[in-house]
Every structure is written in C-alpha cells, then in structure tokens.
Design a protein around this ligand. Sequence first.
Ligand SMILES: Nc1ncnc2c1ncn2[C@@H]1O[C@H](COP(=O)(O)OP(=O)(O)OP(=O)(O)O)[C@@H](O)[C@H]1O
Ligand SMILES: [Mg+2]
Length: 340
Amino acid sequence: MFRSVLGAISNEMAIDLGTATTRIAVAGRGLVCAEASAVAIHEVRGARRILAVGEAALEMLGRTPPEIRVVRPIIDGMLSDFEIAEAMLRHLMLQVQGRTLWVGPRVTVCVPYNTIDMEKRAIRKLMEAAGAREVRMVEQPIAAAVGAELPIDEAQGHMVVDVGAGTSEVGVISLGGVVYSRTVKVGGERMDRAIIRHIRAEHGLLIGPRTGEQLKCELGSAMPVRRPAVREVKGRDIKSGYPRAVEVTAQEIYEALRSPVQLIIDAVRASLEHTPPELAADVAQTGIVMTGGGAMLSRLDRCLSETTGLPVIVPEDPDIVLVKGALRCDEPRPGHAVAG
Ligand SMILES: Nc1ncnc2c1ncn2[C@@H]1O[C@H](COP(=O)(O)OP(=O)(O)OP(=O)(O)O)[C@@H](O)[C@H]1O
Ligand SMILES: [Mg+2]
C-alpha cells in the first residue's frame, strides 16, 4: 500500500551514464537531460567545492588554474570516481525534477552487459546516494534493442551494436535476453585521438580534443570520400609554439579514422562468428541495428553493411535510443531481463 502511494507520487526515471554524456529520461516527458559527463571542482587542502557540472565544466577543460580540476567520472563506460559521479548525478537529478520533490525517483539505469556484481553494487549505491528511491538495472544491449523497438521477446536473434564515446558494445539478443556480447574499448574518443595524431604528424600542429571531435563530425567518413571537402583548423605549431592554421581535407580524416573504424568492424565480425548458427541466420535476415552517437559517423552504416553483407539500420537519434529503451524496460513485460 505504502509502496503504491510512493509509486503514484514519484517519478519513473531512466539514466544512461555514458563516458561522454549522461542522459536522463522521465516517464511521460521523454529525454529531459543530456549533459556532458564532467564536473569542475575547486580543491584547496582537501576541501572540495563543485564549480560546474556538464557542458559548463567541460568548457573549462584545459583552461583552469591549478586549484581547479575538471573530472570525468565515467571512463570507458565504467564508474571511475564515485564521489564526483554522485555529485554530478545529484545535480542533474535535482535539475530535472525541480527542488520540491520529496520522494526520490524509481531509477532504471543501463549498465554494460559485462558489468560484474561489485560494479553493480557500486552503481546501485551511487544512484541511491544521488537520491533514487528504487534502483533497477538493465543491460545495455537490451535497452538498445527495446529503444530501437525490436521485438526482443520473440525466439528470433537480433544484433545491436552501440558505438559510444569510450566503448563499442555488440550484443546478440533472443527471447528477451543477451545470448552473446562483446565490448571493445574503441569509440568516438578513439577516433578523435586518431585525428589529433594525424594532424600532429602530417601538419606539425597540436589541436585539442574538441577540435578533433568537431573535425570528425563535420568531415569524418568511414568510407573513401567522393566530394572534396576542406576545413581550416587552428592549433599550435609544435616547433615554434605559435598559433597557426592549416587546411585539412575530408580524405585525410577518412584515412585517420580507418584504424578505429576497422576495430569496430572487426568486433562485429568476431561477434557474428561466435553467434550460434540459428541466431546468426536470423541476424542475416533481421540485420544489425546500430545505436550510440558513434553510429552517426558518416557512412559507418554503409561500411558495416558492405563488410558483413548484412543490412544495417540506424534508428533516428541513435544516441538517445538506450535511455529511451531503459525507460520502456521499466514497464513489466513477460520474459524481460531486468537484472539487479
Ligand atoms: N555526427 C557524428 N559523427 C561522428 N561521431 C559523432 C557524431 N555525433 C556524435 N558523435 C560521437 O558519438 C560519441 C558519443 O556517443 P554516445 O553519446 O553514445 O557516447 P556515451 O554513451 O557517452 O559513451 P559510452 O557509451 O562509450 O560510455 C562521441 O564520441 C561523439 O563525438
Ligand atoms: Mg553509451
């Protein structure tokens, strides 16, 4: 009785704690928050004060005096700094709920498939410390598949590939559960670093991670470029130390991205090889659904489709598919795998 009263007045919330972005969706409202997973803290003699959370904190990166640090509490999809993550989540949860709420939300949080029990306990503790009244966990491949509206409870195999910032996770799903999964530490950030390395080696110019990411989003492609496109890029000359600008072509960016893209393709191919034959035959028909912000890399879908010979589908707004799916996972369905 008490529980049902609480249920009626508190929010249902889904959280995707990503390496780059933390996303929150609320039942009836959809996506309510997508903030950079970053916190700026002021630290003097062990006393910490939060200065900024999210994008505002990220903007300080590389521009702070020594007593200010910008911390990214999620690394490669895993919780790496509990205290900072708690401060960040508390801030974001308050922001989306307003300050008047006196009953904590029921939270469904997406976790990578291979999350071990110790990490699950840490995530549960984190959510409770940040104000959750009840915590449920859903494996990311399930959240991705549900978010992409795949009929996952049927006895048919589906493959989802989530290309995030820190990792890419392949999952094969059947009868509401994950049958096979493989994670590689290759995602959008690895692509950014490949671009930064390339600009340094070929142009003798140092650029920051945000410029690298911008080049990837604007010029990047997973397949050879047909139309010539050029951007001017500003950075610091490695020899003189002075600011300088160079012209970078889309073809160069494609070359720089080849290796990280290949690693993602290899992970999908290896997963297909390890998928039980009946399910592999299903995937050959149903195709591969690609989610995550990395799925927006120009022609990555085409590249994956040509190398595997399978259809590849990228849903609309692939970066928010997981959190949307996690919210729907909260609705009870027969045979549905909610762990924790
Ligand atoms: N148009 C685009 N082209 C290429 N990459 C893009 C594009 N838009 C976003 N990205 C990349 O997608 C990545 C972010 O994806 P996403 O938000 O799914 O990651 P995350 O959930 O924070 O990380 P992870 O799942 O690894 O913990 C970033 O590296 C970003 O640069
Ligand atoms: Mg993610």
